[in-house]
Design a protein around this ligand. Structure first.
Ligand code: 3HC
Length: 285
């Protein structure tokens, strides 16, 4: 089986743009699909700005940036991904939207051997796999934010996923410079199953008036050497994403530990989504 050279990425938000950036830097021909012209333009600008920052920090030359940008193409139409050997969907963490995208890709891809990976944080992979005509070729590939920095990718085979799909995905992860770990197809996989209860506990601590966000964050940063405390991290992840992940985990296990606290829901309802909206537990410029 040929190694992957033509990659598709669906969704150009925080995760999709990071995946596209990393893949283009590693020499892959990357086509990015987004639903609306505005979202596409925002994603394109985010990728270009990240490459420019890389040049300013001396991580890549102007020539390397221009070569990477030339490997990226953009479209509004999933049909334009027809020739891709491997597609990673990174659309919003919403079961209905992800199912529609996976089904659209299943129809669009010409090669029946092409692999469909989902960057879901919490939706069971098997549910997405059985929505397609190629359940053996569907796998979870969960990246971490910011994608260009975090070294991990979780590989999550569904019970329908073939060994060959797992191996090809492992090879692609290595090509992208990421260290894969294999995770079980249960909501939250490995990392979010541990991380989300911790993040929600920090929200509950604020909610109950137990401690201020700055004190909680400093506690974990200086006391436990975490690069950022739980509330700063929630602001980075996006509060609506964290809520969606917690809801999926709660739906699966009915564990009170996973239930999104009222404060998180209220902040999401108010549009206080974290860095992306300029306000979350902190205010951003
Ligand atoms: N793109 C590319 N590079 C970036 C970047 C980005 N978006 N953000 C930061 N960097 C690079 C900087 O260029 C810098 O590189 P250098 O040291 O080689 O010059 C390095 O990362 C450190 O950045 P900064 O000095 O600006 O800032 P910090 O030292 O505070 O690091 C951070 C920022 C990398 C975000 C760090 O705080 C961190 O790792 N935080 C934890 C992030 C984390 O836990 N992510 C996982 C979230 S969970 C998830 O994604 C799963 C989902 O399902 C919920």
């Amino acid at each position: 089986m040929d190694s992957v050279t033509r990659l598709g990425v669906v969704g150009c938000g925080l995760m999709g743009s990071g995946i596209a950036e990393v893949a283009a830097r590693q020499g892959l021909d990357v086509r990015v699909a987004e639903a609306t012209p505005d979202a596409l333009e925002t994603g394109r600008r985010r990728i270009t700005a990240s490459f420019d920052r890389g040049v300013q920090r001396g991580k890549l030359s102007e020539v390397e940036r221009d070569q990477a940008l030339a490997r990226l193409s953009f479209t509004h139409d999933l049909a334009d991904l027809a020739d891709r050997q491997f597609v990673i969907e990174a659309v919003a963490e919403n079961r209905g939207i992800k199912t529609d995208v996976i089904q659209g890709l299943d129809k669009a891809l010409e090669d029946p051997a092409a692999i469909l990976a989902t960057n879901t944080s919490s939706i069971p992979i098997v549910d997405l796999a059985v929505a397609t005509e190629r359940p053996g070729k569907v796998i979870g590939m969960h990246f971490f934010n910011p994608v260009p920095v975090q070294g991990l990718v979780e590989l999550i085979p569904a019970i329908t996923t073939s060994q060959e799909t797992v191996q090809r995905t492992r090879d692609l992860a290595a090509r992208l410079g990421k260290q894969p770990i294999q995770a079980p197809d249960r909501s939250g996989f490995v990392v979010n199953a541990l991380l989300v209860p911790y993040l929600l506990s920090a929200v509950r601590m604020v909610e109950s008036g137990g401690a201020r966000p700055e004190d909680i964050d400093q506690g974990m940063e200086l006391g436990c050497a975490h690069p950022m405390g739980p509330l700063r991290l929630l602001d980075l992840i996006g509060l609506e994403t964290a809520q969606a992940v917690a809801e999926s985990m709660y739906e699966e296990f009915k564990e009170p530990l996973y239930a999104p606290p009222a404060l998180l829901r209220r902040m999401v309802a108010a549009g206080h989504l974290g860095r992306k909206s300029g306000r979350g537990f902190y205010i951003y410029d």
